[in-house]
Design a protein around this ligand. Sequence first.
Ligand SMILES: C[S@@+](CC[C@H](N)C(=O)[O-])C[C@H]1O[C@@H](n2cnc3c(N)ncnc32)[C@H](O)[C@@H]1O
Length: 256
Amino acid sequence: MTVLEGDCLQLLNTIQSGSVDMVLTDPPYGIANEVIITRSRDAQKFGKAKAITHNFGEWDKFAGFGDFMNFTKRWVDAVVPKLKGGGMLVSFFDRDRINFLSHYLQSQYGFKCKGYFAFIKQNPVPQARKVKFMNGWEVAGMWQKPGGKLTFNYENGQQPDYIFLPICSGNERTEHPTQKPLKAMYPFIRYFSNKNDLILDPFAGSGTTLVAARNLGRRFIGIEKEKKYIEIIHRRLEKFNLKRAETDERQLGFDL
Ligand SMILES: C[S@@+](CC[C@H](N)C(=O)[O-])C[C@H]1O[C@@H](n2cnc3c(N)ncnc32)[C@H](O)[C@@H]1O
């Protein structure tokens, strides 16, 4: 159970090669922009009318497609040797660019694409500008590293390649701008790993992968470079400690 603060491009070197059973991550997609849409005029329509921003932080800004792909290849190159042969790499990614990631993993490292998974949002953010559909789903790609046996816990029953959930809110919500719901992570962990397996998230954010892994009895290594998010991770893990007795497998069950 390790949380490392710093740049994963450097810290990944400290992890033993071939020691990770599964990589589950949600890296920067390069979709941040400076636009802030204030909605005071539409207050009636949008309730509290909080401003909408896609300015997530410096960590999601790139100088263009080349810069973004260069960064993506660098983290992939650093992560792949850490994964065991046969292990799964699951990554949320920009819908428009996920094919580039898939192509790189397959052509450079011989990974096999096991499909794509959609997190469909029950309550997507309204399109205040009224020029396109609401952005109602996110995609994760699922790829298997060559050189070993696949873990797929089919005894868990049938699982469609989508999950229908509200965006993260209530008690679970932290200050992290792109926090994923825990329930969006459970299917990957349940099917592609076993108890006590080691799960790596090099872009841990608020620690959703780590908390989900821990809840399901897996070990984890998380890396996050922003101190303020590291603090959130520790807070979330601590909270889990206090409630440990409540979070057994039976209670979490398959209530996804
Ligand atoms: C999309 S967010 C992950 C959100 C996470 N799935 C959650 O539910 O909270 C990506 C995270 O990667 C971090 N990050 C960006 N570049 C990094 C790097 N080179 N090394 C480590 N962390 C990095 C950002 O600070 C951000 O918190």
